[in-house]
Design a protein around this ligand. Structure first.
Ligand SMILES: CC1=C(CCC(=O)O)c2cc3nc(cc4[nH]c(cc5[nH]c(cc1n2)c(C)c5CCC(=O)O)c(CCC(=O)O)c4C)C(CCC(=O)O)=C3C
Ligand SMILES: [Fe+2]
Length: 345
């Protein structure tokens, strides 16, 4: 059956102060996140008036996707549903059913393998379809896109632009510090069909961005936004500890590039622009944070290309577009057995 809709599936975020606690309850239900950590994160949201930037970023991305599809003659309605906040995915899937959608593609706003980045979105889709019932549309998730040029190139340009703002006299002691969301080490071990794929893909993206943006500079991949109880091991080092380390070892300037993310959502504007920037200042490092793809036209076009890989918009029925990729790690179109839920801690 040909595809008749695209649904953008994202994390969701609060849009007013009263949303913050119920949003956090949705994110952390059954996850064992300590109340102290929750109170701390609630405060981060309240610093921004209780409004996460992520929902508006999704609206902007969807407007750009719709315009790009229309400009290229691809007639595909675009829906939007979130994991943790309105519009909730189950409500969206009900609306898709009401509109007569039978078989949709899902673009998830996360590029990588892993439980939180991939498998949990598959579970969200399954739960939303189950809530809607037997006449819910089929929904196929598009593949992971960590090494797609439409994701790598905007990150590369952002790193290059950020480097351009630093003192060229310090170039010899400048480093690129890539970041992604930390996850429990047990979750990292279970990422992808054969494990370890979250880190492996991030290492590949870091290499692709660094070698294109500044082949002369050293770079690191470190982790941000650690959650969970202290006795559970998560990926380390934390970006703040790493900045301390770098300053001690003679680095004078850093570009921090959040390659783990597609937009400047709260974990970027708080954990990096506020916390990591303060750490850099404390230890005397020049600090600049590189941007994220957001609505970069290449990122928007990538979505159309991923859809074309599934045969949508083809000149002849049955034609599918080739995968555009810069890396060499294997990729799975349909995530077979990927990020098995049983491996989740
Ligand atoms: C891998 C990963 C991504 C990237 C993939 C993707 O993009 O999906 C990501 C994205 C995001 N994480 C976000 C927010 C939060 N994540 C939390 C908690 C957690 N994240 C985890 C992992 C990830 N998270 C994990 C293992 C937990 C522990 C709880 C659990 O096991 O599930 C918590 C609870 C409080 C805390 O403890 O921090 C919050 C509020 C926002 C929205 C920001 C905004 O509002 O703009 C976004 C985009
Ligand atoms: Fe998170």
């Amino acid at each position: 059956m040909p595809y008749d809709a695209l649904v953008v599936v994202s994390f969701g975020g609060p849009e007013r102060p009263d949303d913050v606690l119920p949003f956090l309850a949705n994110v952390t239900r059954g996850r064992g996140v300590p109340p102290e950590r929750l109170a701390e994160v609630a405060e981060h949201y309240q610093h921004f008036g209780g409004v996460s930037p992520i929902n508006q970023q999704c609206r902007d991305l969807i407007a750009a996707i719709r315009a790009d599809l229309a400009a290229n003659g691809v007639d595909l309605p675009v829906y939007w549903g979130n994991r943790n906040w309105h519009p909730m995915l189950a409500d969206t899937v009900a609306r898709m059913r009401d509109d007569g959608v039978r078989h949709a593609l899902a673009f998830v706003t996360s590029a990588y393998a892993g439980y939180s980045s991939c498998r949990q979105y598959l579970d969200d889709i399954a739960a939303a379809r189950a809530a809607v019932g037997p006449d819910a549309p089929l929904i196929d998730k598009l593949r992971q896109f960590w090494d797609h040029p439409g994701f790598v190139e905007p990150h590369t340009d952002a790193v290059r632009a950020a480097l351009g703002t630093l003192d060229p006299a310090r170039r010899d002691s400048t480093r690129i510090v890539f970041t992604a969301h930390s996850i429990p080490t047990s979750m990292a071990a279970g990422a992808g069909p054969d494990g370890g794929r979250y880190e492996a893909q991030l290492h590949e993206t870091a290499r692709l961005v660094a070698t294109a943006a500044a082949p002369d500079l050293p770079y690191d991949l470190v982790w941000q936004s650690r959650s969970g109880p202290p006795h559970v091991p998560w990926l380390e080092p934390d970006v703040n500890d790493h900045l301390h380390q770098l300053a001690t070892a003679g680095t004078t300037a850093v570009v921090v590039s959040p390659i783990g993310f597609v937009s400047d959502h709260l974990e970027v504007v708080w954990d990096l622009d506020t916390e990591a920037a303060a750490t850099a200042k404390e230890v005397g490092l020049d600090f600049v944070r590189a941007g994220t793809p957001g609505t970069d036209p290449r990122f928007v076009t990538m979505v159309r290309e991923l859809v074309a890989e599934r045969g949508v918009g083809a000149a002849h029925p049955g034609d599918t577009a080739p995968q555009r990729r810069l890396g060499t790690l294997p990729v799975w179109d349909t995530c077979p057995g990927c990020c098995a839920p049983a491996r989740r801690p």
